[in-house]
Design a protein around this ligand. Structure first.
Ligand code: FE2
Length: 307
């Protein structure tokens, strides 16, 4: 297998470190509700609890002042291997395929190409299939864009995007999650090698069953119509959130396959496993910034940073 050419040695005196991780769900409704200049549709607001939660994360990221934000998104699906955004600048208009009336967003992001290359190299070294995405006209998926906007709307920090390799799901959940463990470790080694102070982002909802129709098409942000999809889904989310708040990752990983099956949890795409494994399975609990529903899905905004 050929090696990518662009990994370099870490600058002296800058040890690589993951300074925080965030569970950062990406319903486009949250961007729509905020009315940023980049998004064309206008709203009257909505889903404030989740958007207030993201305000805490924004402040935290400003405090941490990382070199780079890495995001794993379930909506950049690759069948063969783990692909990594690796071209210096990506710009374009992103239109949500399910909610084009809510999300037509003009994005522009700078990519940390050196770190992207190092991740690809570390994947190869770990026996994982991986490719750098060097197409300068590549259209970034809306999951990556929404999570990054909600965490850092100024887009003034370079990013690295990592695809969701779906092929593990042709086998079983266990195989898929084990592969995400190896991807997490490879990512951590690349961060150490390049000396970056990095924030990791798992771009995922929790329970992911949702209404099949918009409750009020005339006013998508009608909060009188927003609620949990079912009490069973709510109970699953609460169970998982409490385990993560307690730092009980052993039990979390034990019930993860069942959670994915019963709640159609979006974390089945592996982003949260990738992040927690890259961080060395933190023994401290996560901070819950907020929980809320979007068209019935369960969304938790959570932070892992050393107490
Ligand atoms: Fe999604």
């Amino acid at each position: 297998m050929t090696q990518t050419p662009f990994a370099k040695v870490a600058p002296a005196g800058r040890p690589g470190e993951i300074v925080a991780g965030f569970l950062a769900p990406h319903p486009p409704h949250l961007v729509y509700a905020e009315n940023p200049p980049q998004n064309e549709p206008r709203s009257r607001g909505g889903w404030e609890v989740l958007r207030w939660a993201y305000e805490h994360c924004r402040r935290r990221i400003k405090e941490l002042s990382p070199d780079v934000i890495l995001v794993h998104s379930p909506h950049w699906q690759t069948v063969v291997g783990h692909h990594v955004l690796a071209t210096p600048r990506l710009e374009g208009r992103s239109v949500d395929p399910i909610f084009p009336h809510l999300f037509r967003y003009d994005y522009g992001m700078d990519i940390d190409v050196e770190l992207a290359g190092a991740i690809v190299e570390e994947c190869f070294a770990a026996g994982l299939e991986s490719r750098p995405m060097r197409n300068p006209k590549f259209r970034v998926d809306y999951g990556t864009i929404v999570s990054l906007h909600l965490l850092n709307p100024g887009w003034d920090i370079p990013v690295v995007g990592i695809s969701a390799n779906n092929s593990p799901y042709f086998y079983d959940d266990k195989v898929g999650q084990e592969e995400m463990t190896r991807l997490g470790h490879a990512t951590a080694r690349a961060i150490a090698k390049t000396g970056r102070r990095a924030v990791l982002v798992a771009s995922n909802s929790l329970s992911h069953l949702h209404f099949s129709e918009e409750p009020n098409p005339a006013l998508p942000e009608d909060m009188s119509r927003e609620h949990v999809f079912s009490h069973a889904q709510y109970e699953w989310d609460v169970r998982v959130i409490n385990l993560l708040r307690e730092g009980n990752l052993e039990e979390f990983f034990r019930i993860l396959p069942e959670f994915c099956l019963e709640a159609f949890a979006e974390i089945k795409a592996g982003g949260l496993t990738w992040m927690l494994e890259a961080m060395g399975r933190p023994s401290y609990g996560a901070k819950l910034h907020g929980y809320g529903n979007v068209i019935g899905t369960g969304n938790a905004v959570m932070e892992w940073s050393r107490p």
